[in-house]
Ligand binder design. Sequence first.
Ligand code: URA
Ligand code: CA
Length: 442
Amino acid sequence: MRFVDLIEKKAEGFSLSEEEIQDMISGYVEGSVPDYQMSAMCMAILQRGMSDEETADLTMAMMHSGDTVDLSDLPGIKVDKHSTGGVGDTTTLAVAPLVAACGGTVAKMSGRGLGHTGGTLDKLESVPGTSVEIGLEEFKEIVRKNGAAVIGQSGNLVPADKKIYALRDVTATVRSIPLIASSIMSKKLASGADAIVLDVKTGSGAFMRTVEEAEKLARLMVSIGNLTGRRVRALITDMNQPLGTAVGNALEFREAVQLLSGMVPETDPLYQVCMLLGTHMMLLGNIAADEREARARLKAAIADGSGLRVLKNMIALQHGDSSYVDPEKIEELVRVRRKIDITAKTDGFVTAMNAENIGTAAQMLGAGRATKEDVIDPAVGLVMKVRCGDAVRTGDTLCTMYVNDETNLADSIDLFLQAVTISENRQAVPPMIYKVITEEDL
Ligand code: URA
Ligand code: CA
Protein backbone atom coordinates (compact mmCIF):
# COMPACT_ATOMS: atom_id res chain seq x y z
CA MET A 1 0.00 0.00 0.00
CA ARG A 2 1.24 3.51 -0.80
CA PHE A 3 1.54 5.68 2.28
CA VAL A 4 -0.91 8.19 0.79
CA ASP A 5 -3.57 5.46 0.81
CA LEU A 6 -2.85 4.79 4.49
CA ILE A 7 -3.36 8.47 5.31
CA GLU A 8 -6.63 8.36 3.42
CA LYS A 9 -7.70 5.22 5.28
CA LYS A 10 -7.16 6.91 8.65
CA ALA A 11 -8.66 10.20 7.44
CA GLU A 12 -11.84 8.31 6.56
CA GLY A 13 -11.93 6.86 10.04
CA PHE A 14 -10.85 3.26 9.44
CA SER A 15 -8.51 1.34 11.72
CA LEU A 16 -4.95 0.63 10.64
CA SER A 17 -3.62 -2.92 10.91
CA GLU A 18 -0.63 -3.91 13.05
CA GLU A 19 1.48 -4.38 9.91
CA GLU A 20 0.46 -1.00 8.47
CA ILE A 21 1.41 0.69 11.73
CA GLN A 22 4.78 -1.11 11.86
CA ASP A 23 5.53 -0.09 8.24
CA MET A 24 4.55 3.49 9.01
CA ILE A 25 6.94 3.75 11.99
CA SER A 26 9.88 1.98 10.35
CA GLY A 27 9.33 3.99 7.15
CA TYR A 28 9.28 7.25 9.07
CA VAL A 29 12.37 6.47 11.14
CA GLU A 30 14.30 5.30 8.05
CA GLY A 31 13.20 8.31 6.02
CA SER A 32 11.13 6.65 3.27
CA VAL A 33 8.05 8.32 4.76
CA PRO A 34 8.69 12.09 4.61
CA ASP A 35 7.73 14.61 7.30
CA TYR A 36 4.83 16.02 5.26
CA GLN A 37 3.14 12.66 4.98
CA MET A 38 3.69 11.83 8.64
CA SER A 39 2.31 15.29 9.54
CA ALA A 40 -0.87 14.53 7.61
CA MET A 41 -1.10 11.15 9.35
CA CYS A 42 -0.73 12.75 12.80
CA MET A 43 -3.53 15.18 11.92
CA ALA A 44 -5.72 12.31 10.70
CA ILE A 45 -5.07 10.47 14.00
CA LEU A 46 -5.87 13.64 15.97
CA GLN A 47 -9.17 14.03 14.07
CA ARG A 48 -10.25 10.39 13.85
CA GLY A 49 -8.66 8.83 16.90
CA MET A 50 -7.36 5.30 17.28
CA SER A 51 -8.76 2.20 18.95
CA ASP A 52 -7.01 0.78 22.02
CA GLU A 53 -5.58 -2.02 19.83
CA GLU A 54 -4.24 0.42 17.22
CA THR A 55 -2.68 2.52 19.99
CA ALA A 56 -1.07 -0.58 21.54
CA ASP A 57 0.30 -1.55 18.09
CA LEU A 58 1.64 1.97 17.64
CA THR A 59 3.24 1.85 21.09
CA MET A 60 4.99 -1.46 20.34
CA ALA A 61 6.15 -0.30 16.91
CA MET A 62 7.60 2.86 18.46
CA MET A 63 9.19 0.92 21.32
CA HIS A 64 10.98 -1.33 18.81
CA SER A 65 12.26 1.62 16.74
CA GLY A 66 15.45 1.69 18.86
CA ASP A 67 17.23 0.06 21.78
CA THR A 68 15.31 -1.52 24.62
CA VAL A 69 16.59 -2.07 28.15
CA ASP A 70 16.59 -5.59 29.55
CA LEU A 71 16.17 -5.63 33.33
CA SER A 72 15.22 -9.31 33.51
CA ASP A 73 18.40 -10.26 35.38
CA LEU A 74 17.42 -8.02 38.30
CA PRO A 75 15.48 -9.74 41.07
CA GLY A 76 11.73 -9.31 41.52
CA ILE A 77 9.15 -7.31 39.65
CA LYS A 78 10.64 -4.06 38.40
CA VAL A 79 8.22 -1.27 39.24
CA ASP A 80 8.36 2.16 37.69
CA LYS A 81 6.35 5.33 38.05
CA HIS A 82 5.70 8.12 35.61
CA SER A 83 4.12 11.52 35.95
CA THR A 84 2.65 13.29 32.94
CA GLY A 85 4.41 16.41 34.16
CA GLY A 86 3.75 18.79 36.97
CA VAL A 87 4.99 21.69 39.04
CA GLY A 88 6.55 21.06 42.45
CA ASP A 89 6.33 17.30 41.88
CA THR A 90 9.28 15.75 43.68
CA THR A 91 7.49 12.42 44.23
CA THR A 92 10.09 10.24 42.46
CA LEU A 93 12.85 11.28 44.88
CA ALA A 94 10.70 10.28 47.85
CA VAL A 95 8.78 7.29 46.48
CA ALA A 96 11.58 5.37 44.74
CA PRO A 97 13.59 5.17 48.03
CA LEU A 98 10.49 4.35 50.10
CA VAL A 99 9.39 1.50 47.83
CA ALA A 100 12.97 0.16 47.71
CA ALA A 101 13.17 0.34 51.51
CA CYS A 102 10.03 -1.84 51.58
CA GLY A 103 11.68 -4.46 49.37
CA GLY A 104 10.76 -3.21 45.88
CA THR A 105 13.05 -2.97 42.85
CA VAL A 106 13.01 0.49 41.28
CA ALA A 107 15.31 0.88 38.26
CA LYS A 108 14.14 4.19 36.93
CA MET A 109 14.94 6.29 33.91
CA SER A 110 13.83 9.90 34.25
CA GLY A 111 13.83 13.07 32.21
CA ARG A 112 14.94 16.67 32.43
CA GLY A 113 12.75 19.69 32.93
CA LEU A 114 11.68 21.89 30.05
CA GLY A 115 9.50 24.96 30.23
CA HIS A 116 7.37 25.17 33.34
CA THR A 117 7.82 21.57 34.56
CA GLY A 118 10.78 20.33 36.54
CA GLY A 119 12.77 17.19 35.82
CA THR A 120 13.96 14.59 38.31
CA LEU A 121 17.45 14.45 36.74
CA ASP A 122 17.98 18.16 37.31
CA LYS A 123 16.84 17.82 40.92
CA LEU A 124 19.27 14.92 41.50
CA GLU A 125 22.12 16.87 39.96
CA SER A 126 21.59 19.67 42.47
CA VAL A 127 23.54 17.46 44.91
CA PRO A 128 27.23 18.01 44.06
CA GLY A 129 28.88 15.16 42.17
CA THR A 130 25.72 13.18 41.46
CA SER A 131 25.78 11.51 38.07
CA VAL A 132 22.71 10.55 36.09
CA GLU A 133 24.73 9.37 33.10
CA ILE A 134 25.56 5.85 34.19
CA GLY A 135 26.03 2.80 31.98
CA LEU A 136 23.46 0.02 32.03
CA GLU A 137 25.61 -2.52 33.89
CA GLU A 138 26.62 -0.08 36.62
CA PHE A 139 22.98 1.07 36.87
CA LYS A 140 21.82 -2.50 37.45
CA GLU A 141 24.61 -3.07 39.98
CA ILE A 142 23.41 -0.03 41.97
CA VAL A 143 19.83 -1.31 41.87
CA ARG A 144 21.01 -4.74 43.04
CA LYS A 145 22.82 -3.20 46.02
CA ASN A 146 20.36 -0.47 46.92
CA GLY A 147 16.95 -1.39 45.48
CA ALA A 148 16.70 1.95 43.67
CA ALA A 149 18.59 4.09 41.18
CA VAL A 150 17.48 6.94 38.93
CA ILE A 151 19.37 7.78 35.75
CA GLY A 152 18.79 9.45 32.36
CA GLN A 153 17.70 7.52 29.28
CA SER A 154 20.76 5.84 27.86
CA GLY A 155 21.48 5.00 24.27
CA ASN A 156 19.00 5.20 21.46
CA LEU A 157 15.66 4.70 23.22
CA VAL A 158 12.55 5.20 21.06
CA PRO A 159 13.97 7.34 18.23
CA ALA A 160 10.51 7.26 16.63
CA ASP A 161 9.16 9.31 19.54
CA LYS A 162 11.87 11.96 19.24
CA LYS A 163 11.07 12.39 15.55
CA ILE A 164 7.29 12.27 15.86
CA TYR A 165 7.21 14.54 18.92
CA ALA A 166 9.23 17.22 17.09
CA LEU A 167 6.72 17.01 14.22
CA ARG A 168 3.67 17.13 16.50
CA ASP A 169 5.08 20.18 18.24
CA VAL A 170 4.93 22.21 15.00
CA THR A 171 1.76 20.72 13.47
CA ALA A 172 -0.70 21.29 16.35
CA THR A 173 -1.01 17.55 16.98
CA VAL A 174 0.54 17.29 20.45
CA ARG A 175 -2.87 17.04 22.11
CA SER A 176 -4.00 13.81 20.40
CA ILE A 177 -4.67 11.35 23.22
CA PRO A 178 -3.53 8.21 21.28
CA LEU A 179 -0.34 10.04 20.27
CA ILE A 180 0.34 11.11 23.88
CA ALA A 181 -0.40 7.62 25.23
CA SER A 182 1.86 5.87 22.69
CA SER A 183 4.62 8.45 23.24
CA ILE A 184 4.64 7.94 27.02
CA MET A 185 4.08 4.18 27.01
CA SER A 186 6.65 3.38 24.30
CA LYS A 187 9.35 5.02 26.43
CA LYS A 188 8.19 3.30 29.62
CA LEU A 189 8.10 -0.13 27.95
CA ALA A 190 11.49 0.42 26.29
CA SER A 191 13.09 1.19 29.65
CA GLY A 192 12.31 -2.29 30.87
CA ALA A 193 9.81 -2.05 33.74
CA ASP A 194 7.38 -4.92 34.37
CA ALA A 195 4.88 -2.73 36.17
CA ILE A 196 4.15 0.98 35.93
CA VAL A 197 2.13 3.36 38.08
CA LEU A 198 1.15 6.44 36.10
CA ASP A 199 0.29 9.77 37.69
CA VAL A 200 -1.91 11.56 35.17
CA LYS A 201 -2.17 15.20 36.14
CA THR A 202 -5.16 17.37 35.41
CA GLY A 203 -5.63 21.10 35.82
CA SER A 204 -4.03 24.45 35.04
CA GLY A 205 -0.47 23.11 35.17
CA ALA A 206 -1.12 19.93 33.16
CA PHE A 207 -1.45 18.72 29.56
CA MET A 208 -4.94 17.45 30.35
CA ARG A 209 -6.97 20.44 31.45
CA THR A 210 -10.10 18.48 32.50
CA VAL A 211 -10.65 15.35 34.59
CA GLU A 212 -12.56 13.75 31.67
CA GLU A 213 -9.60 14.14 29.31
CA ALA A 214 -7.20 12.89 31.98
CA GLU A 215 -9.38 9.83 32.54
CA LYS A 216 -9.45 9.06 28.80
CA LEU A 217 -5.66 9.18 28.68
CA ALA A 218 -5.35 7.15 31.88
CA ARG A 219 -7.70 4.40 30.65
CA LEU A 220 -5.94 4.20 27.31
CA MET A 221 -2.52 3.80 28.94
CA VAL A 222 -3.78 1.13 31.35
CA SER A 223 -5.32 -0.65 28.35
CA ILE A 224 -2.03 -0.47 26.43
CA GLY A 225 -0.34 -2.08 29.43
CA ASN A 226 -2.94 -4.81 29.41
CA LEU A 227 -2.52 -5.45 25.68
CA THR A 228 1.29 -5.50 25.88
CA GLY A 229 1.66 -7.71 28.95
CA ARG A 230 2.65 -5.12 31.55
CA ARG A 231 0.79 -4.30 34.72
CA VAL A 232 -0.26 -0.66 34.65
CA ARG A 233 -2.36 1.50 36.96
CA ALA A 234 -3.08 5.19 36.70
CA LEU A 235 -3.83 7.79 39.33
CA ILE A 236 -5.60 10.95 38.29
CA THR A 237 -4.35 13.78 40.49
CA ASP A 238 -4.77 17.51 40.68
CA MET A 239 -2.37 20.01 39.13
CA ASN A 240 -4.35 23.19 39.74
CA GLN A 241 -1.58 24.27 42.12
CA PRO A 242 1.99 23.10 42.75
CA LEU A 243 2.00 19.65 44.38
CA GLY A 244 4.63 20.31 47.04
CA THR A 245 5.56 23.68 48.49
CA ALA A 246 8.93 23.83 46.70
CA VAL A 247 9.41 24.74 43.03
CA GLY A 248 13.09 24.60 42.07
CA ASN A 249 15.73 21.89 41.96
CA ALA A 250 17.63 21.82 45.27
CA LEU A 251 14.47 23.17 46.94
CA GLU A 252 12.51 20.14 45.71
CA PHE A 253 15.34 17.79 46.64
CA ARG A 254 15.21 19.32 50.13
CA GLU A 255 11.47 18.73 50.30
CA ALA A 256 11.97 15.05 49.38
CA VAL A 257 14.58 14.75 52.15
CA GLN A 258 12.14 16.42 54.54
CA LEU A 259 9.39 13.99 53.58
CA LEU A 260 11.71 11.02 54.10
CA SER A 261 12.70 12.51 57.49
CA GLY A 262 9.07 12.65 58.65
CA MET A 263 8.93 16.45 58.48
CA VAL A 264 6.12 16.73 55.91
CA PRO A 265 2.64 16.53 57.51
CA GLU A 266 0.40 13.65 56.44
CA THR A 267 -2.22 16.17 55.36
CA ASP A 268 0.09 17.67 52.72
CA PRO A 269 -0.83 16.87 49.10
CA LEU A 270 2.77 15.84 48.36
CA TYR A 271 2.66 13.31 51.19
CA GLN A 272 -0.73 11.98 50.07
CA VAL A 273 0.29 11.52 46.43
CA CYS A 274 3.58 9.87 47.49
CA MET A 275 1.68 7.41 49.68
CA LEU A 276 -0.79 6.58 46.93
CA LEU A 277 1.94 6.11 44.31
CA GLY A 278 4.01 4.02 46.71
CA THR A 279 1.01 1.89 47.67
CA HIS A 280 0.16 0.99 44.07
CA MET A 281 3.82 0.39 43.20
CA MET A 282 4.02 -2.08 46.09
CA LEU A 283 0.80 -3.80 45.04
CA LEU A 284 1.92 -4.16 41.41
CA GLY A 285 5.34 -5.30 42.62
CA ASN A 286 3.72 -8.02 44.73
CA ILE A 287 5.50 -6.84 47.85
CA ALA A 288 2.36 -5.97 49.82
CA ALA A 289 -0.89 -7.90 50.13
CA ASP A 290 -3.25 -4.96 50.30
CA GLU A 291 -3.44 -1.18 50.52
CA ARG A 292 -3.44 -1.12 54.31
CA GLU A 293 -0.28 -3.15 54.59
CA ALA A 294 1.47 -1.12 51.87
CA ARG A 295 0.60 2.17 53.54
CA ALA A 296 1.68 0.98 56.98
CA ARG A 297 5.05 -0.19 55.67
CA LEU A 298 5.64 3.02 53.71
CA LYS A 299 4.94 4.99 56.89
CA ALA A 300 7.32 2.74 58.84
CA ALA A 301 10.04 3.38 56.21
CA ILE A 302 9.68 7.09 56.96
CA ALA A 303 9.57 6.62 60.74
CA ASP A 304 12.63 4.33 60.96
CA GLY A 305 14.70 6.33 58.47
CA SER A 306 15.14 3.41 56.06
CA GLY A 307 13.72 5.40 53.11
CA LEU A 308 16.14 8.26 53.76
CA ARG A 309 19.02 5.75 53.94
CA VAL A 310 18.14 4.39 50.49
CA LEU A 311 18.21 7.93 49.03
CA LYS A 312 21.54 8.58 50.75
CA ASN A 313 23.04 5.36 49.39
CA MET A 314 21.64 6.11 45.95
CA ILE A 315 23.40 9.49 45.87
CA ALA A 316 26.65 7.91 47.10
CA LEU A 317 26.47 5.05 44.57
CA GLN A 318 25.76 7.60 41.82
CA HIS A 319 29.01 9.36 42.79
CA GLY A 320 27.37 12.26 44.68
CA ASP A 321 28.22 13.80 48.05
CA SER A 322 25.68 11.98 50.19
CA SER A 323 26.40 14.07 53.28
CA TYR A 324 23.86 16.53 51.82
CA VAL A 325 21.10 13.95 52.25
CA ASP A 326 20.42 15.32 55.69
CA PRO A 327 17.70 17.81 56.63
CA GLU A 328 20.22 20.24 58.17
CA LYS A 329 23.17 19.95 55.81
CA ILE A 330 20.96 20.31 52.75
CA GLU A 331 20.27 23.93 53.72
CA GLU A 332 23.69 24.69 52.22
CA LEU A 333 22.37 23.78 48.77
CA VAL A 334 19.57 26.36 48.88
CA ARG A 335 21.73 29.25 50.02
CA VAL A 336 21.07 32.23 47.76
CA ARG A 337 21.96 35.92 47.55
CA ARG A 338 18.43 37.09 48.40
CA LYS A 339 15.23 35.58 49.75
CA ILE A 340 12.24 37.73 48.86
CA ASP A 341 8.78 37.33 50.36
CA ILE A 342 6.04 37.94 47.81
CA THR A 343 3.00 39.25 49.66
CA ALA A 344 -0.75 39.48 49.12
CA LYS A 345 -1.97 42.83 47.83
CA THR A 346 -5.50 42.33 49.16
CA ASP A 347 -7.52 40.47 51.80
CA GLY A 348 -9.53 37.40 50.80
CA PHE A 349 -9.29 33.74 49.95
CA VAL A 350 -6.92 32.01 47.56
CA THR A 351 -9.47 30.59 45.10
CA ALA A 352 -7.28 29.54 42.18
CA MET A 353 -3.71 29.22 41.05
CA ASN A 354 -2.20 28.87 37.62
CA ALA A 355 0.37 26.14 38.26
CA GLU A 356 1.94 26.53 34.82
CA ASN A 357 2.66 30.21 35.44
CA ILE A 358 4.05 29.50 38.91
CA GLY A 359 6.40 27.00 37.27
CA THR A 360 7.35 29.59 34.67
CA ALA A 361 7.96 32.21 37.40
CA ALA A 362 10.47 29.80 39.02
CA GLN A 363 12.00 29.08 35.62
CA MET A 364 12.54 32.82 35.06
CA LEU A 365 14.58 32.97 38.28
CA GLY A 366 16.89 30.33 36.76
CA ALA A 367 15.27 27.14 38.10
CA GLY A 368 14.35 25.83 34.65
CA ARG A 369 15.18 26.03 31.01
CA ALA A 370 13.39 28.01 28.30
CA THR A 371 15.54 26.19 25.71
CA LYS A 372 17.49 22.94 25.98
CA GLU A 373 20.79 24.85 26.11
CA ASP A 374 19.92 26.98 29.16
CA VAL A 375 21.90 26.36 32.35
CA ILE A 376 19.99 25.80 35.60
CA ASP A 377 20.84 27.42 38.94
CA PRO A 378 20.01 24.60 41.37
CA ALA A 379 19.56 26.81 44.43
CA VAL A 380 16.89 29.17 43.10
CA GLY A 381 13.12 28.92 42.82
CA LEU A 382 10.27 29.53 45.19
CA VAL A 383 8.57 28.05 48.23
CA MET A 384 4.79 28.38 48.45
CA LYS A 385 3.34 29.60 51.75
CA VAL A 386 -0.35 29.27 50.79
CA ARG A 387 -2.64 26.75 49.11
CA CYS A 388 -6.00 27.07 47.40
CA GLY A 389 -8.67 27.64 50.04
CA ASP A 390 -6.44 29.57 52.45
CA ALA A 391 -7.58 32.90 53.88
CA VAL A 392 -5.01 35.69 53.45
CA ARG A 393 -4.64 39.29 54.61
CA THR A 394 -2.86 42.09 52.80
CA GLY A 395 0.86 41.70 53.46
CA ASP A 396 0.76 37.96 54.15
CA THR A 397 3.50 36.01 52.41
CA LEU A 398 2.28 34.00 49.40
CA CYS A 399 5.68 32.58 48.57
CA THR A 400 9.35 33.12 49.28
CA MET A 401 11.52 33.52 46.21
CA TYR A 402 15.10 32.21 46.32
CA VAL A 403 17.07 34.55 44.06
CA ASN A 404 20.62 34.81 42.75
CA ASP A 405 20.36 36.47 39.32
CA GLU A 406 17.86 39.36 39.36
CA THR A 407 17.68 39.88 35.57
CA ASN A 408 14.09 38.59 35.27
CA LEU A 409 13.04 39.12 38.88
CA ALA A 410 10.43 41.83 38.24
CA ASP A 411 8.77 39.78 35.47
CA SER A 412 8.86 36.66 37.62
CA ILE A 413 7.14 38.47 40.52
CA ASP A 414 4.48 39.88 38.15
CA LEU A 415 3.77 36.46 36.68
CA PHE A 416 3.58 34.88 40.13
CA LEU A 417 1.15 37.51 41.43
CA GLN A 418 -1.06 37.05 38.35
CA ALA A 419 -0.97 33.31 38.91
CA VAL A 420 -2.52 33.48 42.38
CA THR A 421 -6.18 34.53 42.41
CA ILE A 422 -7.40 36.10 45.66
CA SER A 423 -11.19 36.56 45.84
CA GLU A 424 -13.55 38.01 48.38
CA ASN A 425 -15.51 34.80 48.86
CA ARG A 426 -14.36 31.32 49.74
CA GLN A 427 -14.76 28.71 46.97
CA ALA A 428 -14.70 24.93 46.88
CA VAL A 429 -11.14 23.56 46.67
CA PRO A 430 -10.47 20.91 43.99
CA PRO A 431 -9.78 17.43 45.41
CA MET A 432 -6.17 16.24 45.38
CA ILE A 433 -6.85 12.75 44.10
CA TYR A 434 -9.69 12.15 41.65
CA LYS A 435 -9.47 8.49 40.77
CA VAL A 436 -7.37 5.36 40.47
CA ILE A 437 -7.79 3.40 37.22
CA THR A 438 -6.81 -0.27 37.33
CA GLU A 439 -7.11 -3.10 34.79
CA GLU A 440 -10.42 -4.04 36.43
CA ASP A 441 -11.87 -0.67 35.43
CA LEU A 442 -11.40 -1.23 31.68
N1 URA B 1 4.75 13.35 27.47
C1 URA B 1 5.31 12.57 26.52
O1 URA B 1 6.30 11.91 26.78
N2 URA B 1 4.75 12.54 25.29
C2 URA B 1 3.65 13.26 24.98
O2 URA B 1 3.19 13.18 23.86
C3 URA B 1 3.09 14.08 25.97
C4 URA B 1 3.66 14.09 27.22
CA1 CA C 1 8.25 14.74 37.49
